[in-house]
Design a protein around this ligand. Structure first.
Ligand code: UDX
Length: 441
């Protein structure tokens, strides 16, 4: 059992803190918001993440997990400090390190015993060295040893607990191999492949991994556009490609593209780092451009079908950036809604869990509905935005009857084009080729 302080209670901080406690460590999670902290002490989470509430409550009860707003309290026994604070995009796309700097300073001031600072936030290459400098400058007793280890987190929202407990690999970067090994020991029960490297390389692994996944999606989206022009079905193409073990079927889902709290911010930050260090990130720029275009393309297709949006009612199924999360950060829905509103459409929408967050961003520009059937009522078109399971087996006959015009835009290619055509829908997926009559589907 080790004593761990985890700073930040977002997806990474809370999932890591709770999982570390579940592995038998004593974890104090720190955040500066009193209300959030009070709620967490009662087991009420600030985020929606399947399975996390149970782990938090179980470990609260067992006394291994606690929450505080006080650095003094959090640092009292800490042997490891996990830094998992936000690194939002700055004006030029660079990662904003204000929270990392504040955390490093606050930790440094309270170092009273040897400590390992484990950075889990996605930070620009070189931040580990920079943090070490801040800590060195701010600690009261410069003779106490401390080490900085970069330990990027690869969890996905919606399956964060599973990903944290079943990592494909644990990446640890440090100037001190012994320190990295001590962090590796915390993950020992997970039996994951462990990669120990230097600080900058570990930081780069995180960016390169996210950029690669985003590239894979933009690649298949470009293929989907080509498929659309040439009459091939991108779903079958992805299946055919993905069964080559060198390619793998994952992240080959064509659609309206990637959003969320990581890919957009990290690809932008990596491109920014490249260009400010004399490298032209031409592929990363294309990856971002394809992703932006994909959202517009979805709207353009519908415009062609409806002949414009003025006076039309468009229903959106799913508002979060992907299923199983309430996260609306860089959600394609927001840009799509803004495009539609600009051209005079009325918007109705429904999401299984993201309605409250959506309301915060979109206000009353959207009529929020109780379920997909209410969204469909009187709509001129439905747009499937995020592929929640509950949208996969809808009563399509009922939906068709209640719509003003049965148009279904499938932004994630979850429906069978032939079946929907048979039911009388005008269906459009993303890159689904031609139907028997040579019409796009
Ligand atoms: C991602 C990384 O997967 C994770 O390793 C990292 O730690 C954080 O960023 P996350 O943003 O939670 O995780 O979700 P992810 O499942 O990767 O999806 C990201 C976006 O890509 C979503 O908008 C999703 O809809 C989209 N996506 C994903 C596709 O468009 N097609 C796919 O095939 C897969």
């Amino acid at each position: 059992m080790k004593n761990i302080c985890a700073i930040g209670v977002g997806y990474v901080g809370l999932v890591t803190g709770a999982c570390m406690a579940d592995l038998g460590n004593r974890v104090v999670c720190l955040n500066r918001n009193q209300q959030k902290c009070d709620n967490l002490k009662k087991g009420i989470l600030p985020i929606y993440e399947p399975g996390l509430e149970e782990i938090v409550q179980r470990n609260l009860k067992a006394g291994r997990l606690s929450f505080t707003t006080s650095y003094d309290e959090a640092m009292e026994d800490a042997e490891f400090v996990f830094v998992a604070v936000g690194t939002p995009s700055g004006d030029g796309g660079e990662a904003d390190l204000a929270h990392v700097e504040a955390a490093a300073t606050a930790v440094a001031k309270r170092i009273h015993q040897p400590i390992i600072i484990v950075n889990k936030s996605t930070v620009p290459i070189g931040t580990g060295d920079w943090v070490a400098g801040i800590v060195r400058g701010a600690m009261p007793d410069p003779n106490i040893p401390f080490w900085v280890v970069s330990n990027p987190e690869f969890l996905r929202e919606g399956s964060g607990v599973y990903d944290c407990m079943n990592p494909d690999r644990v990446v640890l970067g440090s100037t001190n191999r012994e320190a990295a090994k001590r962090v590796a020991a915390l993950y020992y029960p997970l039996h994951a492949e462990t990669i120990i490297t230097d600080l900058r390389t570990a930081e780069m692994i995180k960016y390169a991994s996210n950029a690669f996944l985003a590239t894979k999606i933009s690649f298949i989206n470009e293929m989907s556009n080509i498929c659309e022009s040439l009459g091939a079905d991108v779903k079958e193409v992805a299946r055919g490609m993905g069964s080559d073990s060198r390619i793998s079927p994952q992240f080959l889902g064509a659609g309206i593209g990637w959003g969320g709290s990581c890919f957009p911010k990290d690809v932008k930050a990596l491109a920014h780092m490249a260009s400010t260090h004399g490298t032209h990130p031409q592929m990363l720029r294309a990856v971002m451009e394809i992703n932006r275009d994909q959202r517009k393309r979805f709207v353009t297709k519908l415009r062609h079908i409806l002949g414009g949006f003025r006076g039309k009612t468009i229903g959106l199924l799913g508002l979060s950036f992907k299923p199983n999360t309430d996260d609306m950060r860089d959600a394609p829905s927001v840009e799509i809604i803004n495009l539609l509103l600009y051209e005079g459409a009325e918007i109705k929408g429904y999401d299984p869990v993201a309605m409250e967050n959506a309301r915060r961003i979109l206000g009353d520009t959207v009529t929020y509905c109780q379920d997909p059937y209410e969204v469909a009522e009187g709509a001129d078109a439905l747009m499937l935005i995020s592929e929640w399971n509950e949208f996969k087996q809808l009563d399509m006959e009922r939906i068709k009857k209640s719509m003003r015009r049965p148009v279904l835009m499938d932004g994630r290619n979850i429906y069978d084009p032939r079946r929907l055509r048979e039911l009388g829908f005008t269906y459009r997926g993303m890159g689904r080729g031609y139907d028997e009559a040579g019409q796009p589907r």
